[in-house]
Write a protein that binds this ligand. Structure first.
Ligand SMILES: [Cu+2]
Length: 327
């Protein structure tokens, strides 16, 4: 049993120094905060209908409406008995930061057997929470069930790590976990919604109508130097791989390419078509990986999904971006 030092006892009068001044300041804040909490308790919302409120807050959705639908992917670190376990949840900024993690089963044992999907056993998406940094990488699995991959974490900030996989004998899952990257963080606002994006001399345009809660079709068309690209190369079993995240909470959407290379009907560009289900209205960030001339590039879009059915990207006379508006 260790006797606490005198200075740890708030009842005593220790010599005044920076530490105790700070402690006093903290206590003062706590007192103010405590008052605020007490006031909030008194003035809290709906003080008279507590029973109905409690039932609503904790009960399952039973009306069959949108609330009853399955939760989007990526919001949970544990789902269906599987857990995404990062070896470390905090690291320092750097261009070659090693990430190690495991997928644990219900017994806490690392999963070593997976069902391959889109050419890989596991897809790892790493996104800064403001969407200003994106990586889609494929870690390597060792015999003990530990995945590892180097990440480019040059830019500090809070990141979300998504593991998209199917355990042997299970359903496909996307689990998400937070990764904090220490350093100076300069969060960026979400770019405005556009129907065209440029990357390394390529222009990608977005067309389609996205309806909240329903599978919707979007087509991304690739051109270079003003000419449609018709010789896209297969990447991950398709002519493109699309990741879509809800801006407000980074919900990870289900996206499937339509058709696949070699099926006799799916062209190698310029259009790549996907089925997307947006769980709600709101802003989404889309990241399209496509391969051409041996290089994988990523085109990024902001997509605003309105309430009800409307076109995601304007078509007709209004579709041409106004001169002087960004890219
Ligand atoms: Cu992947």
């Amino acid at each position: 049993m260790v006797e606490p030092e005198l200075n740890d006892n708030p009842e005593t009068e220790p010599p005044m120094n920076a530490t105790t001044k700070f402690a006093g300041f903290t206590l003062g804040l706590a007192a103010v905060f405590g008052i605020a909490l007490a006031t909030g308790a008194v003035l809290g919302p709906e003080p008279t209908d507590a029973p109905a409120h409690d039932t609503h807050a904790t009960g399952p959705a039973t009306d069959g409406g949108p609330g009853a639908e399955e939760l989007p992917g990526g919001l949970l670190v544990t789902s269906d008995g599987y857990t995404l376990s990062l070896d470390t949840t905090q690291t320092t900024a750097g261009p070659n930061a090693p990430l190690r993690f495991r997928i644990l089963d219900q017994q806490g044992a690392p999963v070593t057997r997976y069902v391959r999907s889109h050419d890989k056993d596991l897809h790892l998406i790493v996104v800064r929470r403001d969407m200003a940094a994106f990586q889609h990488v494929h870690p390597v699995l060792d015999g003990s069930g530990t995945w590892s991959v180097p990440l480019d974490l040059t830019r500090a900030g809070d990141y979300r790590v998504f593991a998209d996989f199917t355990p042997e004998g299970g359903e496909d899952l996307t689990l998400g976990a937070d990764l904090r990257v220490a350093g100076a963080y300069d969060p960026r606002p979400l770019p405005v919604a556009t129907s065209a994006a440029t990357v390394n001399g390529y222009t990608v345009t977005l067309d389609g109508a996205v309806t909240p809660g329903r599978s919707s079709t979007v087509t991304l068309s690739v051109s270079k130097d003003g000419k449609p690209v018709t010789d896209l190369q297969p990447y991950l079993g398709a002519y493109g791989h699309l990741v879509a995240l809800r801006a407000a909470d980074l919900a990870y959407l289900h996206v499937h390419p339509e058709g696949h290379p070699g099926d006799g009907v799916t062209p190698a560009g310029p259009g790549i078509t996907f089925s997307v289900t947006a769980p709600s209205a709101g802003d989404y960030r889309l990241f399209l990986d496509f391969q051409h001339e041996g290089v994988v590039r990523t085109a990024e879009f902001t997509l605003s999904v309105p309430s009800g059915a409307q076109t995601a990207a304007p078509t007709g006379p209004g579709a041409t971006p106004e001169p002087g508006h960004g890219h």
